[in-house]
Design a protein around this ligand. Structure first.
Ligand SMILES: C/C(=C\CNc1ncnc2c1ncn2[C@@H]1O[C@H](COP(=O)(O)O)[C@@H](O)[C@H]1O)CO
Length: 188
């Protein structure tokens, strides 16, 4: 399946890169396709290298303003005109979305896919890999929104938090396989 990954464009230390590598390796070994921002920058490049080495197909969705940062080893590289179009393609091409550690770009991407999911504009699984408690603050904020009536659907339906790469991949696979089963039983 196509797994869109959002993650940092910064160069990070081993505390963050090791779990991201584990996830990317598992993605490749399980025969999935990596869809990502199409850059060699920082953790994005680490994830692409590791997934490729493990046999993944790579689909990069770059953007004109960052074309000079494009990854040269992708099987397919799309260059969009702007960031909004890129986010739309990253979602469109996904069967599931996995969010690794990241900064404002990653935060922008994950909040957009959650907002669209909240409105029922897609129902793709979203999994946050909570490396070293990186997303604890976000989880606390989202839980408060859920408990105090800010969300129209239960938080558990919008996003799952995974403690490690293997679990993140399993959550994504289970959600996609489960929705395939639902489609079969609905048409039976
Ligand atoms: C500005 C510099 C590098 C930025 N290069 C990027 N290349 C491709 N995609 C990017 C880049 N920066 C952000 N993105 C997208 O946002 C996410 C990462 O942003 P974050 O702020 O680092 O979390 C990522 O998922 C991309 O889709 C240095 O010269």
């Amino acid at each position: 399946m196509n797994i869109t990954v959002f993650c940092s464009a910064a160069a990070l230390d081993d505390r963050y890169t090791a779990p991201a590598r584990d996830f990317a390796r598992a993605l490749g070994e399980r025969g999935h396709t990596l869809v990502w921002g199409g850059s060699f920058a920082g953790l994005m490049g680490v994830v692409a290298d590791e997934a490729k080495a493990a046999g993944a197909k790579l689909v990069g969705i770059s953007v004109e303003m960052l074309a000079h940062k494009a990854y040269s080893g992708a099987d397919e590289l799309v260059t969009t005109a702007n960031l909004a179009e890129r986010k739309a393609q990253l979602l469109e091409r996904a069967d599931a979305l996995v969010v690794l550690v990241g900064g404002l770009g990653t935060l922008d991407e994950v909040t957009e896919v959650l907002e669209l999911k909240k409105h029922g504009l897609h129902d793709k699984p979203v999994v946050l890999l909570d490396t070293d408690g990186f997303y604890d603050g976000m989880r606390t904020q989202l839980r408060r929104m859920d408990q105090e009536g800010f969300l129209p659907r239960p938080l558990d339906e919008l996003v799952r938090f995974a403690p490690d790469g293997a679990t993140a991949l399993r959550y994504a696979e289970e959600a996609v396989d489960g929705s395939a089963d639902d489609a079969v039983s609905a048409s039976a």
